[in-house]
Design a protein around this ligand. Structure first.
Ligand SMILES: NC(=O)C1=CN([C@@H]2O[C@H](COP(=O)(O)OP(=O)(O)OC[C@H]3O[C@@H](n4cnc5c(N)ncnc54)[C@H](OP(=O)(O)O)[C@@H]3O)[C@@H](O)[C@H]2O)C=CC1
Ligand SMILES: CC(C)CCC[C@@H](C)[C@H]1CC[C@H]2[C@@H]3C(=O)C=C4C[C@@H](O)CC[C@]4(C)[C@H]3CC[C@]12C
Length: 291
C-alpha cells in the first residue's frame, strides 16, 4: 500500500503547485517522488488541436496534453507516423489522429471537434539551411505551409474558440524576431506570423472577444541538429510543456529557453548591430554544406 504525503505547496507559473512524495505505508524511506501540479486540472477535459504533431515538439505536446487529461486531436500529413503517436500513448487515451491539410482549415476535417478550447499551430514545412539560393517558388511554398495555413486554420477555428473563450497558440522562433543567417525563407514565414497574429490579438481585445493568442519564441531545440550552429539545443519535452503552459495561462508571448531568447531580443531593440554580431559569432560557417 502507498500513501501520498504532501511535502510542499508553492506558487509557480501554473498557480499553486503541490508536491507529493509517494511512500510505502510503514516506516520505510520514500522511494518515489512525483510533482502533482494542481492546475494540470485546467486542461482536463479540454479539447485541443495540435498541428504537426507526428514528430518533434508537436508530438511531445500531444503526450503532455493527454497526460493532463485533455482530448487531443493531432494532425500531420503522414497518417502512419500519427498512429504511432497514438499507440505509444494508449494508456492515457484521449489522442485522436487525423491526416489534415492545414491550408484547407478545419472544413476538410469532419473529425474535428464541434467545440474547441485550444488550437496549437505548430507544423512547419521542410526548408534548407544555407545561403539564400534565389528560389522564389520555395519562399512562396513555405509561406503557404508555415504562414497562410496558420491563417486558414485560425479563420475556421475562431467561431468555436469564441464560443469556449479559448486560446490560439502560435509556435514561432527567434528567427521570427531577429535576422539569423541561412534561414531566409523560414525567417520570412515566422516574421509574418508575428505581424498577423499580433495585429489580430489587438483586434480581438478591442472587440472584447475572449480568445487569447500566445506567440511562442523558441531558440534552438533538440529536434534539429546542426554542426554549423554553435549553440546547444534545448530539450523538446520541456519546450513542449512551456508552450502548453503559455497557452493555458493565456500569455501574450512565451520565450524558451527564457534567458537565451529574451536577453538577445532585449539587446535587439537597443543595439541591433551588437545582436547581429553576436548571432554571426554563434555560427561555424566552415561547416556549411557546399553546393
Ligand atoms: N527545432 C528547432 O530548433 C526549432 C523549431 N521551432 C518551431 O517549432 C515547431 C516544431 O518544430 P519541430 O518539432 O522541430 O519540427 P518537426 O520537423 O519535428 O515536425 C514538423 C511537423 O510538421 C508536419 N509537417 C511537415 N510538413 C507539413 C505540411 N506541408 N503540412 C502539414 N504538416 C506538415 C510534420 O509531419 P508530416 O511530415 O507527417 O506532415 C511534423 O509533424 C515549428 O513551428 C518550428 O518552426 C522554432 C525554433 C527552433
Ligand atoms: C546566439 C543567440 C542569440 C541565439 C541563437 C539561437 C539560434 C541558433 C536558433 C534560433 C532559431 C533556430 C532555428 C529555427 O528556428 C528552426 C530551425 C529549423 C530546423 O529544421 C533546423 C534548425 C533551425 C534552422 C534553427 C537553427 C538554430 C536557430 C537559428
Amino acid at each position: 500500500m502507498w500513501k501520498r504525503i504532501r511535502t510542499q505547496v508553492s506558487l509557480n507559473r501554473w498557480g499553486w503547485g503541490v508536491q507529493f512524495q509517494a511512500q510505502p505505508e510503514g516506516p520505510q524511506e520514500p522511494i518515489a517522488l512525483c510533482i502533482c501540479n494542481a492546475n494540470h486540472l485546467m486542461l482536463k477535459g479540454k479539447r485541443v488541436i495540435v498541428t504537426g504533431a507526428s514528430t518533434g515538439i508537436g508530438e511531445q505536446m500531444a503526450y503532455h496534453l493527454a497526460q493532463m487529461g485533455a482530448h487531443v486531436l493531432v494532425t500531420a500529413r503522414t497518417e502512419a507516423k500519427l498512429q504511432k503517436v497514438r499507440t505509444k500513448h494508449t494508456h492515457t487515451g484521449h489522442i485522436c489522429c487525423v491526416s489534415l491539410c492545414p491550408a484547407n482549415g478545419l472544413q476538410s476535417c469532419p473529425a474535428a471537434p464541434r467545440g474547441l478550447d485550444m488550437l496549437i499551430l505548430n507544423h512547419v514545412g521542410n526548408s534548407y539551411f544555407n545561403y539564400f539560393d534565389g528560389d522564389v517558388g520555395h519562399v512562396q511554398k513555405l509561406l503557404k505551409i508555415n504562414f497562410l495555413s496558420y491563417v486558414a486554420m485560425t479563420v475556421s477555428a475562431l467561431p468555436r474558440l469564441k464560443d469556449s473563450g479559448g486560446s490560439i497558440v502560435v509556435v514561432s522562433s527567434m528567427a521570427g524576431k531577429a535576422g539569423f543567417p541561412f534561414t531566409a525563407p523560414y525567417s520570412a514565414t515566422k516574421f509574418a506570423l508575428d505581424g498577423f497574429f499580433s495585429s489580430l490579438r489587438q483586434e480581438l481585445i478591442i472587440q472584447k472577444v475572449d480568445v487569447s493568442i500566445t506567440l511562442c519564441v523558441l531558440g534552438f531545440i533538440d529536434t534539429a541538429a546542426s554542426d554549423v550552429v554553435l549553440v546547444s539545443p534545448a530539450p523538446k519535452e520541456e519546450c513542449a510543456l512551456e508552450i502548453i503552459k503559455g497557452g493555458a495561462l493565456r500569455q501574450r508571448e512565451i520565450y524558451y529557453k527564457y534567458a537565451a531568447t529574451k536577453i538577445p531580443l532585449l539587446i535587439r531593440d537597443w543595439a541591433p548591430e551588437l545582436l547581429d554580431y553576436l548571432i554571426r559569432r554563434s555560427y561555424n560557417v566552415e561547416n556549411l554544406k557546399k553546393n
